[in-house]
Ligand binder design. Structure first.
Ligand code: CA
Ligand code: CA
Ligand code: CA
Ligand code: CA
Length: 361
C-alpha cells in the first residue's frame, strides 16, 4: 500500500468516526436596558409577560407579568410596579385590542388560572393606563389551564387558547356582545406531551404551540381547518431549542414579514425563525449582563412588539422573564428591539419608522 493511499484510508476512517458537522454559530449577545421590580413571591414565580401599547401615549405603555403564585403585575416601561391584581394562580397572559364588549371596543386581557380552571379577564383604560377587572370568568375544560394566548381571525372573531400538561389545546371563541364575556369551544387539538407557550400570528393566520420537549408546532388558526400541526421549530438534536421549549412570540416587522421567537429554556438562549412558513431558522441570541441590569437565564415567557414605545424603545421592545435575578425574586428584563437587531449580521428587521400604528393585537 502506498503511503498516500494509507494516509487517505486513515483520513477516511477518521471522517467515519467523526463526521464533519457544520458548527452552530455562537448565540449573539444582546443587552437589556431595564428590568421590572421583582415579583412579591420567592422561587419560581414570575412566568409570562404581555406588552400593552398605549395608543394615546406609547411611552406610557404597560407590561403585564404573571406571578404564578399570586396574580397579575402591571409595570411601566421603567419597570416600576404600578398595580397588582390578586386573582390566584395565573400562569400565562395575553391581550387583544378592539374587542367588542357591550357595543364598545375595548382592550381585552386574559390569563389562565391554574387554581380554578378558568380564564380571567381584565380591560385597560386608555386614558389612565389602568388595568381593571372584568366580570365573567370563562370556565374551560382542560385539566388545569397552563399555557394561554389570544388570537383574532380575519373575520374579527377573538379567541382564547388554553392548554394543559397532557398536551390538550382548546380554542374558545369569545363573545362580549351581551356586556360580559362568554365563550364557545371552537376546536380541540392534542399534542403528544406537555405543552405551554403559544402565540398566534393573526395576520398570517397561524397558531404556534410549544411542546416543551419537542419544539414549536404550527397549525392554521382557523378552527375549521383539518390540517394537522407541523413541527416548525424542533427542539433537541437537529434543532435550535434546548428543552424546555418555553415562551413563544411573533415579531411583526410589517408587510407580513418578521420573526417567530422562542425561549430555549435549557440553554438560556432565544431562537429566531422567519415569521413566514416554513419558518426558516435565522439565528439565536442570549440576553447577557449589562452594566446596570443582569441578563436572562432559564427564561419562561416572552413578548415582543415592533411598535415604537417612545424615546427609550423607538424600534420596539422585547420582554423576557428572568429565572435567576441575582438573589432577588424573579422579574422581567426589558430589551430595546434595536439591541436585538444589531446583534445579528445582517441585522434583523425592524418596522419601517417603528412609530406608525401597527395592526390591532
Ligand atoms: Ca418557571
Ligand atoms: Ca413550562
Ligand atoms: Ca411557563
Ligand atoms: Ca438574571
Amino acid at each position: 500500500m502506498s503511503r498516500l493511499l494509507a494516509l487517505s484510508l486513515i483520513a477516511l476512517a477518521a471522517a467515519a468516526v467523526a463526521p464533519a458537522r457544520p458548527r452552530a454559530a455562537p448565540p449573539a449577545k444582546v443587552l437589556p436596558t431595564a428590568e421590572t421590580d421583582p415579583v412579591a413571591d420567592e422561587g419560581d414565580a414570575a412566568d409570562d409577560p404581555a406588552i400593552w401599547v398605549n395608543p394615546i401615549d406609547p411611552a406610557r405603555s404597560r407590561i403585564l407579568g404573571t406571578n404564578k403564585k399570586g396574580g397579575l403585575c402591571v409595570y411601566d416601561l421603567d419597570g416600576q410596579l404600578r398595580q397588582t391584581l390578586s386573582v390566584g394562580k395565573v400562569n400565562n397572559v395575553d391581550l387583544r385590542t378592539g374587542f367588542m364588549l357591550g357595543g364598545h371596543a375595548t382592550t381585552l386581557v386574559g390569563a389562565g388560572r391554574r387554581d380554578d380552571g378558568s380564564i380571567h379577564f381584565w380591560t385597560i383604560d386608555d386614558k389612565t393606563a389602568t388595568v381593571r377587572d372584568l366580570p365573567g370568568e370563562l370556565r374551560v375544560t382542560v385539566k388545569e389551564p397552563y399555557g394561554f394566548c389570544m388570537a383574532r381571525d380575519k373575520a374579527g372573531r377573538t379567541y382564547a387558547l388554553v392548554n394543559d400538561k397532557s398536551g390538550l389545546v382548546q380554542q374558545w371563541s369569545l363573545d362580549g356582545s351581551g356586556g360580559t364575556i362568554t365563550g364557545t369551544l371552537a376546536r380541540e387539538l392534542r399534542l403528544p406531551s406537555q405543552v405551554e407557550g403559544m402565540a398566534a400570528d393573526d395576520e398570517l393566520g397561524w397558531l404556534y404551540i410549544g411542546e416543551e420537549k419537542a419544539g414549536v408546532h404550527r397549525v392554521a388558526l382557523d378552527p375549521a381547518s383539518k390540517a394537522p400541526p407541523v413541527l416548525a421549530a424542533p427542539a433537541g438534536a437537529g434543532g435550535h431549542i434546548t428543552p424546555d421549549t418555553e415562551g413563544v412570540a411573533i415579531f411583526d416587522a410589517g408587510d407580513g414579514t418578521g420573526y417567530l421567537i422562542v425561549s430555549s429554556q435549557g440553554d438560556s438562549t432565544f431562537a429566531v425563525y422567519d415569521r413566514v412558513p416554513p419558518n426558516a431558522y435565522v439565528g439565536s441570541f442570549q440576553i447577557g449582563d449589562s452594566p446596570s441590569v443582569d441578563g436572562c437565564s432559564h427564561t419562561d415567557g416572552i413578548d415582543v412588539t415592533g411598535l415604537s414605545l417612545g424615546a427609550a424603545y423607538p424600534r420596539g421592545l422585547l420582554v423576557a422573564q428572568d429565572g435567576e435575578n441575582g438573589g432577588a425574586s424573579q422579574n422581567f428584563k426589558l430589551v430595546p428591539w434595536e439591541n436585538v437587531t444589531k446583534a445579528f449580521r445582517p441585522p434583523l428587521r425592524a418596522r419601517a419608522g417603528g412609530a406608525e400604528k401597527g395592526p390591532a393585537r
